[in-house]
Every structure is written in C-alpha cells, then in structure tokens.
Design a binder for this molecule. Structure first.
Ligand code: PLP
Length: 392
C-alpha cells in the first residue's frame, strides 16, 4: 500500500462535528445572563417543543440518553431476577443500564440488511423472567416496531426504545417518539442534534411522569417551582430517585438546535446520496439500506467492506483510510465481546454470528450536516483508493 499516488488532504475530515450556529450561542449567553441556570423554563419549553415536533404523548428532558434508559428501566420496575432482551450491536450503555438495575441483559443478533435487532431472535430469547425488550434504532433506521410490539404484547413485556440515533426518524409514517413506549433520545455532540450532553424521554404521560420524578431525586415537586414566587418550600421524596435532570443551559442549545433540525436532516440526506452515488457499482463495498416503510434519520453511514475482495482486513483498511486524513470509526464492538459481558455470561464472539461477522467488515464514515460536498467526495476518493490498492 502506498500513499505516493494519492493526493492526501492537508486538512483532516472530522468524523461528526456538531453544527452550532449563532442562534444557539446567543440563547446560551442569554441564559447565562439570567437568574436560572438549571432545570427551569427553558427545559420546560424544550420538552414541550420536542413533544410537539414528534407528536410525543409526553416528554421529559434528562442529562443523557444513558440516564434516560436507566430511568425507563427503573420506572417500569425492572430489577434483580429480571431479564431484558436487547441487541448486541449497540453502544455499551444500552446493556450497562440493565446491569445498573440488577437485571440481566440478554443479547441477541441483528438482521443482515439493517443491522437492527432481529424480531425472530427476540422471540427465541424470551423467558418467564423477561421484563422488557430494548430495541435500538441502529443508525437512525427504525426497527420493525410492529413485529417487536406484537411479540411484547403477546408476552406482556414492555418495549423501551433506545432512540439515541433516531431523532427525526419515521416508521410507517409515524415519528419515532410518538408511541406510548418509553423512548430515550441522545443529544451527545456526535448525534443528530446536540445539547452538549443531554437526552429526552418520550412516552405515555404516566410513565414519563414517573421518569421525570425519578430524574430529580424522586421529589414530588419540581425544584424550580420551589424557588418560584408561587412555589412552596415543601417537597416530598416518594422514591430514592437519581440526579439526572437537564439544565436550562443545555435546553437553550436544544431549543435552537430543534429550529435547525429540519434543515440539518435535509443536508444529511444529501450527503448520504452523495456517498451512495460515489460507491455505486463498486463490488468491494456494501452501502447501507433504507426499507420502504422507514425514513431513516441517517445518524451514521456504515459502510461494509467485502473482505473476500481485499488482501487486508478491516483494521488495516481503517488505518489506511485514516492515514489519508479521514476521521472514521466503528459502530459497534458487539457488547457480548466486551470482557465484562463475555466473562460474566460466557459469551464467545461467534455466539451471535450476524452481528459479529458484520462488525468485522464495518467502518463508519464521516457524516454531519457541517460537512461540505468536497469533504464527502474526498472521503469517497480515499476509501476507493484503499480498496483499489488492496484488491485481491
Ligand atoms: C450515544 C448512544 C447512547 C448514549 O447516549 P448518551 O446521551 O451519550 O448517554 C445510547 N445508545 C446508543 C445506541 C447510542 O449511540
């Protein structure tokens, strides 16, 4: 492999830079000049606007998606002796929170096209101890919710959606977040919209209310009301809750990001089309799919390389593309192969074969509404150069 014939860009192409405008900056500054920094009027407004945008029955803002998933499990009373079925091809926090409540994550395989949790595998994994199913809308492509819901209803278990990737995604014309299931969204800086760190939980009003209560120490009254002119100093602790609230500084960012979301999503889709066109007809790669009933939020562009056409493996491929000044990543190291889970539950990599085989051949390419056409074209050229030079 040689870099000699390839014009390497001097400027690094970042992986997923956030797109923050002057409006966000102004709103944060205005918050800082005011009298209320933590959970307050801006958080209320952000919750209301988020719920309105995605037709959510109710919404409550939290400190992260991980916190939201933890709260969802706690709100549903999942605990020791219980099992929670989820995908192995996810960020570790999806499974970690199940450990936090003392339950067991039962990790299952994915479908080969979307890499989303396989409903048939979910069905096989159910036991009398199963309390919840946690599907992840991988890369923003909605899971087959009707199939998952049918299984859940038949067995009387809850569905909690890990919607970290799925802001602005649709399934059969319905927004993710519009169902009565608890769904947790992420506003981590690499996600489709950001509050620096933060998350939102949507779902049926009674469940969301329980999540909100547990996100604020289990106090029955909102702290910000206590300090209001109309508020009372008294509060009741009705559960040993957590400290998982969102601040008004974060919500200030979120409000102005929400204004920009439609345009950011349109731009994301343009860039995805650019990647698709760039790799069209290339027998050395497999580009991501979008099923007809789904509108993906295109959180990430995961390219799968056809290893049998190459003399190198994914790790070498990754390094070669990176050497061309491209910031890329891999999503995800299957949870069952992490030492904690492998040791505790005795998983071997091949036990969950589709996820494992696809992990070995995937790279996530840079994708953000902040990227220019030139940057995306350059990434295609860099990837294509490595593929060409390593053709078997
Ligand atoms: C990012 C992510 C999370 C965690 O989100 P945070 O807001 O960082 O806690 C959970 N699940 C998935 C699939 C994610 O990608």
């Amino acid at each position: 492999m040689s870099l000699a014939e390839f014009p390497v860009r001097s400027q690094f192409v970042p992986f997923a830079p956030p797109l923050i405008g002057e409006e966000e900056i102004a709103e944060v500054v205005e918050t800082l000049r005011g009298d209320w920094l933590t959970t307050g009027p801006r958080t209320r407004q952000f919750q209301a606007e988020f719920a309105d945008t995605f037709a959510a029955p109710a919404a409550t803002a939290v400190s992260s998606c991980t916190a939201g998933l933890h709260l969802a499990l706690a709100a549903l009373g999942v605990g020791p002796g219980d099992e929670v079925v989820t995908t192995t091809l996810t960020f570790c926090s999806t499974a970690n929170v199940v450990e936090h409540v003392g339950a067991r994550p039962v990790l299952v395989d994915v479908e080969p096209d979307t890499l989303n949790i396989d409903p048939a595998a979910v069905e096989r994994a159910l036991s009398p101890r199963t309390k919840a199913i946690v599907p992840v809308h991988y890369c923003g492509h909605a899971v087959d919710l009707d199939a998952i819901q049918a299984i859940a209803d038949q067995h009387g278990v809850a569905v909690i959606e890990d919607a970290a990737h799925a802001v602005h995604a649709k399934y059969k014309g319905r927004w993710i977040g519009s169902s009565p299931n608890l769904a947790a969204f992420s506003f981590y800086p690499t996600k489709n919209m950001t509050t620096g760190e933060g998350g939102m939980v949507t779902g049926a009003p009674d469940l969301v209310e329980r999540v909100a209560l547990l996100s604020s120490h289990g106090m029955s009254r909102d702290a910000w009301k206590r300090f209001d002119r109309a508020g009372s100093w008294r509060y009741d602790v009705v559960a040993p809750g957590f400290k998982y609230n969102m601040t008004d500084i974060q919500a200030a960012l979120g409000l102005r990001q929400l204004d920009r979301l439609g345009a950011m999503q349109a731009r994301r889709r343009q860039l995805v089309a650019r990647y698709d066109a760039g790799f069209k007809g290339n027998d050395q790669v497999q580009t991501p799919t979008e099923r007809p009933e789904v509108e993906s939020s295109w959180h990430m562009y995961v390219l799968r390389i056809n290893l049998e056409t190459l003399t190198i493996d994914r790790d070498r491929f990754f390094d070669e593309v990176k050497a061309r000044n491209v910031g890329l990543s891999v999503h995800y190291i299957p949870v069952h192969t992490h030492p904690y889970y492998a040791d505790k539950y005795g998983y071997r990599p091949g036990d969950i074969p589709v996820a494992n085989e696809n992990f070995e051949r995937m790279v996530t390419l840079p994708l953000s509404p902040k990227h220019t056409d030139d940057e995306i074209d350059y990434v295609v050229e860099a990837v294509t150069d490595v593929l060409r030079q390593s053709r078997r």
